[in-house]
Structure formats: structure tokens, C-alpha cells
Design a protein around this ligand. Structure first.
Ligand code: NAD
Length: 481
């Protein structure tokens, strides 16, 4: 039985259980049962968090990078030690199977380590000067300032970990507002940073209704940077607000990743990887492989094998059974969204080959679903499903496949399988996306940048870019006295 922690905000080093803005229930999506009450910050409490981040900035930004690294390194170690307990809370809050939750946490520790090390590595650069009098042109990376971090529920430890580590490593202070349905996962992560020695005020944690809280934090003159992961629609709203206050903004938004499977691909390997990866986290992953574009000569085999593997997935309550492949969707809104996608196919607009229905009973369960040949203008082909639905479309030529792949405004991840080297290089170049995976479906590692183009956002998290995203570039030109 998971012990669900008492939810508390962290403001200026104090853990605060009472939200003056009220409270909201947290529900286990596998059972529908309430597991906790989450305090909601009042505007005055948000202002206290902003003041704390502002006050702490001078000291933290001047703390040597090696000291910031040492604290982040300890936080990563604590997170590693606490992984089993925190994984159980992730599962209870958003329904991810236990092994996937542990994997999320392990990946987060590596991200914190890497970004912490960047605090020791990232210098600036010296540019040769043009004149005799100028003796130095120095470019440095200065911490941008107090940063607001807004994170969703699908990776409730990893996404806050990336943003916190990038901000703190670069010398910024931060206020984290995690998703309203996964507060404890974020709280247990923040506890690791506090226990590792992050000084008071450097990292703050607040909860509340996302719209009003985000607007309050972004509009504050204290805030210098906003980092948001979530939907394109909300990203556009928050980006407009950040721009109106001239704040730095990094949006990591939705995606609808295409996967091109060429006639030169190893079909067995491709179909096995695609069917396993598509339903990870119940498809609620921004880089989830989703629109499968398959050469017409291998299309029927691909559909049959993909559907067969999908039909064998074990769906159930991951809190009660560690062997389930797929848990519930994170909340009821996602179920309604899946139903709308499926309702828009049928007849000559595509065929549901397997799945397609809500699983009755408690919790928010939807069958792993495969749609064959969805119409080009169907909801599935045009809107991010963000759930356990895959669609498979035949194509005639590789150029047609690229055209379909690039036809949406999203551009986060794209994938391709081909054993032909020239074709693989062509696909790597031609696919319009921030990240392209060739012959495999992984596009994230601690050392590499993660981000999209078009309606999927801009800028990157992860890699050195994840550190630089929290810095301003400064030039000092020095002449002889
Ligand atoms: P949603 O838009 O209601 O919520 C998604 C996230 O955005 C939540 O964490 C929520 O706290 C936050 N949010 C919502 N309104 C906000 C606002 N006005 N200001 C600030 N934050 C706000 O959608 P949902 O049904 O919970 O999730 C599905 C959608 O969210 C999908 O379209 C998907 O693209 C997107 N999403 C994307 C990612 C990602 O990794 N890029 C993660 C989770 C959700």
C-alpha cells in the first residue's frame, strides 16, 4: 500500500500545508478514489514565493558553480535512494506502471547529474579583438533570474527535474508549479533538493489552479524566465503573456510523431519496437510514435502484426499488479478525448482494427487501439491524440511519406525505419522535427537537446541547451586603462 504524503508547498524554506486559496482533491486514476487534498496558494502566498526567489537570487547566482554542482549531485543521489517510494507515488497519482516510474526517476537522476556538471563546465568565450586598444572581448553566460517552471503530469518527476536542474545549475532561483493531479511526485523531488542543501528561497513549490497561478507568476516583475511543458493551446496563451512582459519563454508543447517504415526496414524489429513503445505511459508522451506511415508493399503485414501485439497488452491497475503493460489514462478528460478520436473513423474514413473502447469499471481505462488507414482529414490524423491510439497509413513513395509526415504544424519528434543508408540519411534530413530517431524510437538522453519546432514549441531542455536556456549572454569589452 502506497503511503501518500501530506501535501505541502515550499515557500522561502518553509513547508506549508495550508493553502489560503483553498484545496483540491487528488485522485488515483486507476481506482477513481481520492488519495489526498492539495493546498492551493493564494495570491499572497504566490507573492511570498516570488519574494523568496527574488531575495535568494543574489546569493545563489554568486555561489560558485562547483558548489551548485555538489548540491545537485547530492539531490540526484537522494532521488536515486528514494526511487522505489517515489515510483509508487507516481503510479498512484497518474497510473504509470511501476517499472516505467522507476525508469523515469533513474533517467531524472542522470539529467540532474549532467546539468549539475554543466555548472562546472560552462565558461564563456574570448573573442579576438580588432583594435590595439581593446585587450579582451569576453562572452559570459549569466543566470537569467528567478524562473517560473510549469510542468504537466505525464512525467511528474522527470519534467520538473529537468527544469529545476537547468535553472539551479545556471544560478537561477525557481518557483515550480506542477500539474494539479501530480503534486506529491513533484513534492518528493523537491524534498531531495532541499535535503541536499539547496538554500532557502532558491527553490519554491506552489500548487493551485493552473490558469490563475501561471498568470500571476508570469506577470510578476520578479519573474525573468518561464519554462512551460504542456499543450500547444496553453503554450500559445502563456507565450503571449510572457512576451507582453518581455520575459524569456521556453515552451515544450504537443507532438504527433510520424514513423516512416520503409520497404528497406527490418519489418519484424520495427513492428516489435513500435507496438511496445506506442503504449508506454498509455501513449501520454509528447514524443510518442503515433502516425505510422508504412510502405504499401509491407502495409498489410505491419497492420496485422502491430494489431496482434497491441491486442496482447495487459491493461490494469499498476498499483495492484506490477505485471501490467498499461495503466489508466491520467484523468477523465483524456477518456473523452479518446472517444472523440475513435468516433471520427469508420466507413471509408478508417477502421478500428483492435481496441477502440472505454474499459468499463472504476478508473480511466481505454483499450490500446489501432486504426488502419484513417482519413487524411480525420481527427486522428490532424490532432495530437495524447493517448493509447495508433494509426497506420500506407504510402506509395518515400517522398509521399515525408510529405504526410511533415503535413502538420507539430514538429517535435519524428522517426523512420530503413536499412538503406542513403534513404536513412535522406529521412534524417527531410523530416521536419526537433528530434529524429532512425531505426530506433529514443530521442532523449541527459546529454542531448530536447525540443521541437512549429506548434511543438521552440528552444531546448536537456543537454548543454538545457543549461543555457536559463542564461543570458553578456559581453564585456575591455580596453587598456
Ligand atoms: P490540459 O491542457 O488541460 O493540461 C495539460 C497541462 O497544462 C497540465 O499540467 C495543466 O496543469 C497545464 N495547464 C492547463 N491550463 C493551463 C494554464 N492556463 N496555464 C498554465 N498551465 C496550464 O490538457 P490535459 O488533458 O491535461 O493534457 C493533454 C494535453 O496536454 C495534450 O494536448 C498534450 O499535448 C498536452 N500535454 C503535453 C505534454 C508534453 O509533454 N508536451 C504533457 C502533458 C500534456
Amino acid at each position: 500500500m502506497t503511503t501518500y504524503p501530506t501535501l505541502k508547498m515550499l515557500i522561502d524554506g518553509e513547508w506549508i500545508a495550508t493553502g489560503h486559496g483553498g484545496s483540491m482533491a487528488v485522485v488515483n486514476p486507476a481506482t477513481g478514489a481520492e488519495i489526498g487534498q492539495c493546498p492551493k496558494a493564494s495570491p499572497a502566498q504566490l507573492d511570498a514565493a516570488l519574494k523568496a526567489a527574488d531575495d535568494a537570487f543574489a546569493g545563489w547566482s554568486r555561489t560558485p558553480g562547483a558548489e551548485r554542482y555538489a548540491i545537485l549531485r547530492r539531490a540526484a543521489d537522494l532521488l536515486r535512494e528514494r526511487a522505489p517510494a517515489i515510483a509508487a507515488v507516481i503510479t498512484a497519482e497518474m497510473g504509470k506502471p511501476r517499472a516505467q516510474a522507476v525508469g523515469e526517476i533513474t533517467g531524472s537522476t542522470d539529467v540532474i547529474d549532467f546539468l549539475g556538471e554543466e555548472a562546472k563546465r560552462k565558461g564563456g568565450r574570448l573573442i579576438p579583438s580588432r583594435g590595439q586598444q581593446l585587450i579582451a572581448q569576453m562572452v559570459t553566460h549569466e543566470p537569467v533570474g528567478p524562473s517560473v517552471l510549469l510542468t504537466p503530469w505525464n512525467f511528474p518527476v522527470n519534467l520538473p527535474a529537468k527544469k529545476i536542474a537547468g535553472a539551479l545549475a545556471a544560478g537561477c532561483t525557481a518557483i515550480l508549479k506542477p500539474a494539479e493531479n501530480t503534486p506529491a511526485s513533484a513534492q518528493l523531488l523537491v524534498e531531495c533538493f532541499v535535503d541536499a542543501g539547496v538554500p532557502k528561497g532558491v527553490l519554491n513549490l506552489v500548487y493551485g489552479d493552473p490558469g490563475p497561478v501561471s498568470e500571476h507568476l508570469i506577470a510578476s516583475p520578479v519573474t525573468r524566465k518561464v519554462s512551460f511543458t504542456g499543450s500547444t493551446a496553453v503554450g500559445k496563451q502563456l507565450g503571449a503573456l510572457a512576451a507582453s512582459h518581455m520575459k524569456r519563454f521556453t515552451p515544450e508543447l504537443g507532438g504527433h510523431a510520424p514513423v516512416i517504415v520503409s520497404r528497406h526496414a527490418d519489418l519484424e524489429r520495427a513492428v516489435a519496437m513500435c507496438a511496445a513503445t506506442k503504449f508506454r505511459n498509455a501513449g501520454q508522451v509528447c514524443v510518442s510514435p503515433t502516425r505510422f506511415l508504412v510502405d504499401k508493399t509491407i502495409y498489410d503485414r505491419f497492420v496485422a502484426e502491430f494489431a496482434e501485439r497491441t491486442g496482447k497488452l495487459k491493461v490494469g491497475d499498476p498499483g495492484a499488479d506490477d505485471s501490467v503493460d498499461m495503466g489508466p489514462l491520467a484523468h477523465g478528460r483524456r477518456i473523452a478525448a479518446m472517444e472523440q478520436v475513435v468516433a471520427d473513423v469508420g466507413g471509408n474514413r478508417g477502421e478500428v482494427v483492435t481496441g477502440g473502447a472505454v474499459i468499463p469499471g472504476k478508473g480511466f481505462f481505454f483499450q490500446p487501439t489501432v486504426i488502419a488507414n484513417p482519413a487524411p482529414d480525420s481527427r486522428f490524423m490532424t490532432e495530437e491524440p495524447f493517448g493509447p491510439i495508433a494509426g497506420i497509413v500506407p504510402y506509395d513513395t518515400i517522398e509521399d511519406a515525408v510529405r504526410i509526415a511533415n503535413s502538420l504544424r507539430y514538429g517535435l519528434a519524428a522517426y523512420a525505419f530503413s536499412g538503406n543508408l542513403d534513404e536513412a540519411h535522406y529521412l534524417g534530413r527531410a523530416l521536419r522535427a526537433g528530434m529524429v530517431g532512425i531505426n530506433q524510437l529514443i530521442v532523449a538522453s541527459p546529454e542531448t537537446p530536447f525540443g521541437g519546432v512549429g506548434d511543438s514549441g521552440f528552444g531546448s531542455e536537456g543537454g548543454e541547451e538545457g543549461y543555457l536556456a536559463f542564461t543570458d549572454t553578456k559581453l564585456v569589452m575591455m580596453a587598456k586603462a
